[in-house]
Design a binder for this molecule. Structure first.
Ligand SMILES: [Zn+2]
Length: 94
């Protein structure tokens, strides 16, 4: 019996904070995010497992988000994998 199948408790990539950007709507933002791809080995260390390290400012004057890409996947240092900066960082690296 499938008595109580929860319909949509897990939505990948979608957060309740409505901060998740739709790529096609980026032009609606008055200020473009600033995305800098850093050298992970220079910042974290030569033996790091971090593949990518990206610094993202959602606005030029905002405090930067540090987004890591390692064997655990992509995540923001401060806000975790659902942070909007993660999406921007991934788009920049690819
Ligand atoms: Zn963040």
């Amino acid at each position: 019996m499938t008595a109580s199948r929860r319909p949509s408790t897990r939505r990948t990539g979608a957060s309740d904070e409505s901060t998740a950007p739709a790529p096609a709507q980026l032009d609606l933002f008055p200020v473009r995010p600033v995305v800098d791809v850093l050298d992970a080995r220079a910042v974290v260390g030569p033996r790091t497992g971090v593949e990518h390290l990206v610094r993202v400012r959602l606005r030029p004057n905002d405090a930067p988000h540090l987004v890591f890409h390692d064997r655990h996947g992509w995540y923001c240092d401060a806000h975790g994998p659902s942070c909007q900066a993660v999406t921007l960082a991934r788009d920049e690296v690819r």
